[in-house]
Design a protein around this ligand. Structure first.
Ligand code: G6Q
Length: 531
């Protein structure tokens, strides 16, 4: 039976007329006429403080947004996900990243099997390995301890590990350095290893499928480099480990499956940073910190599953996103962390949000006639203030912002942190309230919405909570939009076409080309110009 299109749900229809009236209200007046607003539109939960009062909402708006969530069946869908139903319909899979952080002893079934014991078995194996690398007990081919860990992976097998490493660098073992190779551009690999001593280098080949062209190309180059440097094929065993679901391909590559860390088809790439894909994170920060991060994820999972929508952080954030996307025509959303350690957080969120909700066909296979996932972007504060914030303040586009900040710096230094936080608060204030001036170019209209997410300090646990907050906000939006947030067919076509073009670029003579005239000409240009 087909779902009722979201655009025909009573709450959607009501939001349509309500938002027309909403647009004439200014945040200045909403605050002036309502002393309780800041308190009412904020939630403290799980060590996070979300102030969403600077959004273009009234109590009625919020009521309608949460009604829309209910009419969309969000509560039932949350249960279906946590229960392990095959909600990834186009791939017929469960979506169980929440099982990756379930405590020992929990029971979560996929295909009738409790997956939690396997999850913990892999975690224990990872921890054992990570501690051996950290202590120097794991030695390379020539007997030296590891000094550099190079993660080779792309997409979900790269962005989470890079983001988490940068975010938790404060907690990392500074005797080890970490590099991340993802791009198939040879420069990425060449620059990553140019100053490395192969005898002290460990490669983690991270690939769920172990067939991804970029990762396999980089992994082969890594292998050649290592064998070339150490002059012995058998060195591979001590310098390569694999993180994958594909044991067959791992042994074909020459990695002993004893040194393989597994995960499962119910973990999507962009939801995999707390699976074995997080091995580099665990080596960097140690098992205890990694488990603290998982506990943070889990706490947010429980919050999402059990908290009434009115106080449910992911539901509130997800539904506010729906408001701007569908009723304010906002095309993008900015994520602005005021913490240097979160510098890769926006890039990580880009994949999480855009690969998940960049869809235009519903679960019933019908083309949508409404907007879905926004474009996410951002930079850490205060840098963005001296570049693109101009457009957010005075441009013609409405850009809802998520500000993220902390009460304490991990590197207290004079007045730096107070200045940083003053800027964070000032930006949200300026966006909401603006400033009237008789000189048009000095006028700030204000009424530009933002969320403020604060925590005491950036810890592994808080990072887990932040990531899970966005994971679940994305989920809530996907449910409302009736799309599958867990497939990514959109990345397939380009991959297939590239595989066809590679031999055409490499062929000798003048191969017959069957593309469009533009692509044919570009291929010929390349063939004619490369050395
Ligand atoms: C994420 C996507 C994608 C994937 C990469 C790497 O959700 O599925 O980004 O993570 O294509 O895939 P492998 O891990 O299989 O190499």
């Amino acid at each position: 039976m087909r779902r009722t299109p979201v655009t025909q749900l009573p709450a959607w229809l009501a939001l349509g007329s309500h938002s027309a009236a909403l647009k004439s209200l200014h945040l200045r007046d909403l605050f002036a006429s309502d002393p309780g607003r800041a308190e009412r539109f904020s939630v403290k939960a799980e060590g996070l403080f979300l102030d969403y009062s600077k959004n273009r909402i009234t109590d009625e708006t919020l009521g309608l947004l949460l009604q829309l969530a209910r009419e969309s069946g969000l509560a039932e869908s949350i249960e279906a996900m946590f229960r392990g139903d095959a909600i990834n319909l186009t791939e017929n899979r469960s979506v169980l990243h929440t099982a990756l952080r379930a405590p020992k002893g929990a029971e979560i079934l996929s295909g009738g099997v409790n997956v939690v014991p396997e999850v913990h078995a892999v975690l224990d194996k990872m921890e054992d390995f990570a501690e051996r690398v950290r202590s120097g007990a794991w030695t390379g081919h020539t007997g030296k301890r590891v000094r550099t860990v190079v993660n080779v992976g792309i997409g979900g097998s790269d962005l989470g590990p890079v983001m988490a490493y940068e975010a938790l660098r404060h907690y990392s073992d500074r005797d080890l350095q970490f590099r991340f190779v993802s791009n198939v551009d040879g420069t990425d690999f060449a620059e990553a290893v140019r100053d490395l001593d192969a005898s002290e280098t460990l490669f983690l080949v991270a690939s769920k499928t172990f067939t991804t062209l970029e990762t396999m190309t980089n992994a082969q180059s890594a292998r050649q480099w290592l064998v070339g440097e150490l002059g012995d094929e058998s060195a591979v065993a001590k310098h390569f480990v694999a993180i994958s679901t594909n044991a067959k391909e791992v042994s074909k590559f020459g990695i002993d499956t004893a040194n393989m860390f597994g995960f499962w088809d119910w973990v999507g790439g962009r939801y995999s940073m707390d699976s074995a894909i997080g091995l580099s994170t665990m080596i960097a920060i140690g098992g205890a910190n990694f488990r603290e991060m998982l506990a943070g994820f889990h706490a947010m999972d429980v919050h999402f599953r059990t908290t009434p929508f009115e106080r449910n952080l992911p539901v509130l954030m997800g539904m506010l996103g729906v408001l701007y996307t569908n009723f304010f025509d906002a095309q993008t959303a900015a994520v602005l962390p005021y913490d240097q350690y979160l510098k890769r957080f926006p890039a990580y969120l880009q994949q999480l949000t855009m690969e998940s909700n960049g869809k235009s066909v519903t679960l019933d296979g019908v083309a949508v006639d409404y907007e879905t996932g926004a474009i996410y972007w951002g930079e850490p504060g205060t840098n963005g203030q001296h570049s693109f914030y101009q457009l957010i303040h005075q441009g013609t586009k409405l850009i809802p912002c998520d500000f993220i900040g902390f009460a304490n710096s991990l590197n207290p230094l004079g007045a730096h942190h107070d200045i940083l936080v003053a800027n964070l608060l000032a930006q949200a204030e300026a966006l909401a309230f603006g400033k009237t001036s008789d000189q048009p170019h000095r006028n700030f209209t204000g009424n530009r919405p933002s969320n403020m997410i604060l925590a005491e300090r950036l810890t592994p646990g808080i990072l887990g909570k932040l990531v899970a907050l966005y994971e679940h906000a994305v989920f809530a939006q996907g449910i409302v939009w009736q799309i599958n947030s867990f497939d990514q067919w959109g990345v397939e076509l380009g991959k297939v076409l590239a595989m066809k073009i590679v031999p055409e670029l490499q062929a000798t003579g003048d191969p017959e080309l069957g593309h469009d005239a533009s692509t044919n000409a570009l291929i010929r240009w390349y063939r004619g110009h490369r050395a």
